[in-house]
Design a binder for this molecule. Structure first.
Ligand SMILES: Cc1ncc(COP(=O)(O)O)c(C=O)c1O
Length: 379
């Protein structure tokens, strides 16, 4: 079965995990600091923290900020539920601002309009741009809006490891306070489950580090005592996972190149259909976490079911990311407004398989069948 994403493992990855098993330090050992140093260097950020998941990373990031209970966050409806759930974990309410219809990320113009409302200006103190599909948001403009409104910026870069914005790696935090990444198996690199946080702010880094492990600190005068000095969690990541991440990070350029190659192949071989693709901003390089295509002639639900079943019969399973946040049963009541661009994307787009281990033969098979079915139903 061809799923939308999948990890790529090799012998070296397995060797690295074995080395940890042989050493015996299974949690917070040598691999943890090695990974954190290497990743901070990779994105040119001052500090990096490895944690148990991207969700944990988001939760720590939000909790580390100086906020009032009345404060809110603002993000996009076109994201994974973890982005907004992390706000709720931190007792922070959230609002949504729709995406740009071409680049599928939070629309800066709409964000300006959102902050024109005095109540939002007073209460909303975090902006969480999500780099959808690994395509960078307009961070310079988002940062300008944040500064003007005295708000923090946390980049949800879960899908954007390896992406670049104006020649800097996403995660450099040049235009944000904190960036968070996921190392779930479908992401650019994997540690099984895992997350990474980067920041250039020492105070925030130390706060998050403390909260990663129960808020406990060794007392200087009695070093045998661990004292809890802040609320904390168990968001530690094991050395089995960080050793895998180190090994994967060594191949990140290869992974990104392969994803670029797949995108080129799809675009070339799907030409001629009435479809469009996600647009990357000038001066940006996408990590191509997703390959999204949109049917220009809106696709009916009935046709989408036919397309899904016909592809599934051929062992090709497309995904649709995401049901917009305001459409989830759990959050529905909270939102009265419609978010037209996000809802259009959900209705009319599909995500095709994209991952390192797809061969040329696999890709030929996928496009041959997809082209055939698109023609069959005149999509
Ligand atoms: C945009 C976004 N935010 C947050 C997350 C959560 O990451 P994790 O699955 O590592 O907790 C994901 C991962 O699926 C994601 O895609």
């Amino acid at each position: 079965m061809f799923y939308y994403g999948k990890n790529s493992l090799n012998k070296k990855d397995k060797q690295k995990i074995n080395e940890v098993l042989n050493e015996g330090y299974l949690s917070q050992g040598k691999s943890l600091t090695i990974l954190e140093k290497k990743f901070a260097k990779y994105v040119s950020a001052k500090y990096c923290l490895a944690v148990s998941s991207g969700t944990a990373a988001l939760h720590l990031a939000i909790t580390s900020l100086k906020l009032d209970k009345k404060n809110k966050a603002v993000t996009t409806p076109m994201t994974f539920v973890a982005t907004v759930n992390a706000c709720i974990y931190s007792n922070i309410d959230f609002d949504l601002v729709d995406i740009d219809s071409n680049n599928f990320n939070i629309c800066p113009k709409k964000l300006i309009k959102y902050f024109d409302n005095k109540k939002n200006q007073n209460l909303t103190k975090i902006i969480i741009p999500v780099h959808y599909g690994g395509f960078p948001c307009d961070m310079k403009e988002i940062n300008r809006i944040a500064k003007k409104n005295n708000a923090y910026v946390i980049e949800d870069a879960s899908q954007a490891m390896g992406a670049e914005y104006k020649k800097d790696k996403v995660g450099s935090c040049k235009y944000s306070d904190i960036s968070v990444f996921s190392m779930h198996p479908v992401k650019t690199i994997t540690s099984g489950e895992g997350g990474l946080i980067t920041t250039n702010n020492k105070t925030l880094f130390e706060k998050m580090k403390l909260m990663r492990s129960h808020g406990l600190k060794r007392k200087k005068d009695t070093p045998w005592t661990a004292e809890m000095i802040s609320i904390g969690y168990n968001y530690r990541i094991t050395d089995l996972q960080t050793s895998l991440a180190i090994s994967q990070l060594e191949r990140i350029n290869k992974f990104i190149k392969k994803r670029e190659k797949i995108v080129k192949f799809y675009k070339k071989n799907l030409k001629g259909n009435n479809i469009s693709f996600q647009e990357c901003l000038d001066d940006s390089i996408s990590a191509n976490h997703l390959f999204t295509l949109i049917f220009n002639n809106k696709i009916s639900h009935a046709n989408k079911v036919k397309l899904y079943n016909d592809l599934l019969e051929r062992k090709i399973k497309f995904a649709v990311q995401y049901l917009p946040i305001n459409k989830h049963k759990y959050y529905k009541k909270k939102f009265k407004k419609n978010y037209k661009n996000s809802e259009n994307l959900y209705k009319n787009a599909i995500n095709l398989p994209i991952y390192t281990d797809l061969t040329h033969k696999n890709l030929l098979y996928i496009v041959k069948n997809l082209n055939k079915i698109i023609k069959k139903y005149n999509l």
